[in-house]
Design a binder for this molecule. Structure first.
Ligand code: FE2
Length: 429
């Protein structure tokens, strides 16, 4: 009778349907109500939510875990963050970067993230961070898929040998072409940078992910140029613009036009709400603007939106624990996406939309004949997961359990009794 390696019983899908999930070797082989065959190992999900893993579509693993010991950003601005990091950078070593990044990846995995796109600063003659993360990518392949973006933190045209460093990085292990047009000295140089990046990506057959318009300046409009270049190079589905925070300051008429051309270009937007609510608005008196691309309007315009943690304890963001649910939680607040369906849409941004950005060929949702990569949450719905931000009970990758945690247990002593509290409403049921 025993047939499968694992059967996960009483798993609640995002749709609310309760099913059993059979896993054999590295794949999901069957999903359905009350599967008859038993597994060598049976896991009772107890009606908890089971989903595909989270995807952290944007982080900087080379700068992670450097604060507060090595730097503090006193002004809280993006520009001081770049300055503080440029002071740390000459002293980093391969081992140092690997130690910090490895720890951050383990935190991400414990939180249910199995695909991570990391930008890597290549404005360094030694390319130390790239060499470190390239090694780590292979070393940690059993627990995470890592994509590396060649990121010219200090510019391409305005940095000595910027183009040569970018191209060397692509030949020494970086997967994706990165950029930062708003950091060049002039708008013209920013356009030139983008034209160069697209030609390079086209020549090398690479995806593109550009830090674009990460500023409160409403005159910063490089994302429209990215849309145009995506169309010209027919690079649809292979281009992402990250941050795009200037978009929250565009006038409504321009924002409407921009969303149309973004949709038609086939580009994706990656928002990083945790870092950008900290960095943006620092030059404002009052009111202080929000620091996030308008994800609600983008999503409603069928522009794919994914999410990133961006930073964990670095010169741009001193907090964080590699929990993408925190980013999604912040996103739904800043984006006013608090309707029942909207909360589900934000959960999709953290999972399925991220998968599409990471690898456009990936199948969408949990299903048979796909790799057994899944998360059993300590929550019964996407909305409850985003309300309580739990650590997953179980994380499975390629059919192997790679992370587990015990459900948290809390007691309140009230009127002589020890009452158990789990933050799930009972009085309303
Ligand atoms: Fe970033």
């Amino acid at each position: 009778m025993e047939r499968w390696n694992y059967v996960i019983r009483n798993a609640k899908l995002s749709s609310g349907v309760i099913v059993d999930i059979a896993v054999q070797d590295s794949r999901i082989e069957a999903i359905g109500p009350r599967l008859a065959e038993i597994g060598q190992e049976e896991i009772d999900a107890q009606g908890q939510l089971v989903t595909v893993p989270l995807v952290d579509a944007h982080i900087h693993l080379d700068t992670t875990l450097t604060v507060p010991h090595r730097a503090t950003n006193h002004s809280g601005t993006l520009l001081e963050g770049i300055q503080r990091w440029s002071e740390i950078k000459p002293n980093i070593t391969v081992q140092d970067v690997k130690n910090r990044a490895r720890e951050a990846i383990l935190w991400e995995v414990a939180h249910g993230t199995l695909q991570i796109r990391s930008h890597v600063d290549i404005c360094d003659e030694r390319l130390t961070a790239l060499h470190a993360l390239r090694e780590l990518k292979d070393e940690m392949a059993s627990v995470v898929d890592l994509q590396l973006v060649a990121f010219p933190q200090e510019g391409v045209l305005c940095y000595p040998h910027g183009k040569e460093l970018l191209e060397t990085a692509l030949h020494e292990g970086a997967d994706i072409v990165g950029g930062i047009p708003h950091y060049e000295w002039t708008r013209e140089d920013g356009i030139s940078q983008l034209e160069y990046l697209f030609e390079l990506a086209h020549r090398e057959g690479r995806l593109i992910d550009v830090h674009c318009d990460e500023t409160d300046d409403p005159e910063s409009r490089f994302v429209e140029t990215m849309a145009r270049l995506t169309k010209i190079h027919r690079w649809e589905g292979r281009v992402s613009a990250s941050h795009t925070t200037a978009m929250h300051s565009y006038n409504p008429a321009y924002g409407f036009k921009l969303r149309r051309i973004l949709r038609e270009s086939g580009m994706a937007i990656i928002a990083n709400p945790l870092t950008n609510i900290v960095l943006q608005g620092r030059f404002d008196d009052f009111p202080k603007r929000r620091g996030m691309a308008p994800i609600k309007e983008l999503d409603a315009s069928y522009v794919p939106v994914a999410l990133g943690c961006d930073c964990i304890m670095d010169p741009w963001y001193p907090l964080g624990s590699g929990n993408l649910l925190q980013a999604a939680w912040m996103a739904l607040h800043l984006g006013h996406m608090t309707g029942t369906e909207e909360i589900d849409r934000v959960f999709r941004m953290a999972t399925i939309n991220g998968q599409r950005v990471f690898n456009p060929a990936q199948p969408d949702d949990l299903g048979t004949q796909r790799s057994a990569d899944l998360v059993i949450w300590d929550a019964t719905s996407p909305a409850e997961a985003l309300r309580l931000l739990p650590v997953p009970r179980t994380v499975m990758r390629h059919g192997q359990i790679i992370a587990q945690s015990q459900p948290s247990h809390h007691q309140v002593y009230y009127q002589g009794q020890a009452l158990t509290v789990d933050f799930r409403p009972r009085s309303a049921q």
